[in-house]
Unconditional design. Structure first.
Length: 270
């Protein structure tokens, strides 16, 4: 009897190994698309974004062609965004845009994609509270271009105003990044490289405050390169557009006089 009992237990354990652990009960089985969508929305309200994503995924797989499935795709992107998963949020938003280019809420997908990239932070950036202009400019450009697409395609969108404001902020941050690189090149006497960075700011971010600083840097670089004609042309543009620039009014602090080597010669040629 003892050996029979052992044999039964062994067979039972072996059966568990063969068939695997019991699966989790599906609480959406037999439910309508509307009800599953409601369950996902309830989890969104509870801020249980992981579970909400599961519900929306089940809804789409079970009822792929209904209006609730379409809305679930958009909600999935938002849930990933709220969860802090920028990569998945962007992927979900891009999928929605590709599948539903004429959907009345596709402008929101563009907006959400831009937001996800705009707010993305790496671990180091979170710990150091890194300034946005010091971040990888590729992500900032991606965000800028997404907001630009939104504003260009849907100028009357309810999200256009906020997207435009973010574009201005991103433009200023990107120009600051380029100018920081230009200053780095100036310190290392790579004057032509500094000029190219400044030209990029003027061409692509013409409304940013950094344009004034870019012109000043170009005047300095041309002076140090001995390119007097380009220096005078750039100086003329600076005088026309920024007549109150400290460089022109003689109000630059001593540290800046040391930095801009052409200071004395330029003032003599005004």
């Amino acid at each position: 009897m003892k050996y029979i009992l052992i044999l039964i237990i062994a067979l039972f354990l072996n059966g568990c190994t063969i068939f695997g652990a019991p699966t989790e009960l599906d609480d959406t089985k037999g439910l309508s698309a509307e009800r599953i969508y409601q369950m996902g929305e309830e989890k969104m309200i509870d801020k249980d974004y992981e579970k909400a994503i599961v519900y929306f995924g089940k809804l789409e797989s079970r009822y792929p062609n209904g209006r609730y499935a379409t809305q679930a795709q958009l909600e999935t992107a938002y849930a990933h965004y709220k969860k802090g998963d920028a990569v998945q949020a962007v992927a979900a938003a891009e999928r929605f845009i590709k599948l539903h280019p004429n959907h009345p809420n596709v402008d929101y997908a563009y907006y959400l994609k831009g937001l996800a990239v705009f707010n993305e932070r790496g671990i180091l950036e979170k710990l150091t509270k890194q300034d946005i202009s010091d971040r990888d400019p590729r992500a900032l450009r991606d965000s800028f271009m997404t907001f630009k697409d939104l504003v260009s395609r849907y100028p009357n969108s309810r999200y256009a105003k906020d997207a435009t404001q973010r574009m201005v902020y991103l433009s200023n941050s990107l120009s600051e990044h380029e100018l920081d690189v230009a200053r780095y090149y100036m310190k290392r006497q790579a004057y032509l490289a500094a000029v190219n960075r400044c030209k990029y700011v003027i061409e692509y971010y013409p409304q940013s405050p950094g344009v004034e600083r870019a012109l000043v840097t170009m005047v300095s670089a041309y002076d140090l390169l001995g390119l007097d004609d380009l220096k005078k042309d750039t100086l003329r543009i600076l005088q026309t557009n920024y007549p109150e620039n400290p460089l022109l009014t003689g109000k630059v602090v001593q540290e800046e006089k040391v930095w801009w080597k052409f200071w004395e010669g330029m003032l003599g040629n005004k």
